[in-house]
Design a protein around this ligand. Structure first.
Ligand SMILES: [Zn+2]
Length: 95
């Protein structure tokens, strides 16, 4: 599988570290049933068949988090963007 990093270009997926589903949002620590809410956030994940937004880290490249839309049935990459919306250039010291 090949992933096109917005900064580095098309690279083998072996250059990346996979985190997983990008859709869960970290719950507030003020949530009434915080232990079970955090347990669900950390451990309980769906396993959808089809398009899914995932987080990948470009370990052997620009060392940035990417949001990759991938079809889990075919591994087709549908879209790639920096995970942080305000990122458009390299981090300091990487020029
Ligand atoms: Zn990169």
């Amino acid at each position: 599988m090949r992933i096109t990093c917005p900064y580095c270009g098309t690279r083998s997926s072996h250059e990346f570290a996979y985190l997983g589903d990008a859709t869960p949002t970290r719950p507030s620590p003020d949530t009434p049933d915080v232990a079970s809410t955090f347990h669900a956030y950390v451990y309980e994940r769906d396993n959808p068949a089809g398009p899914l937004d995932e987080l990948w880290y470009h370990t052997a490249g620009c060392r940035r988090w990417l949001k990759v839309a991938r079809d889990t049935r075919t591994h087709e990459i549908l879209a790639v963007a920096f995970a942080r919306k305000d990122e458009t250039s390299l981090p300091e010291g990487m020029e």
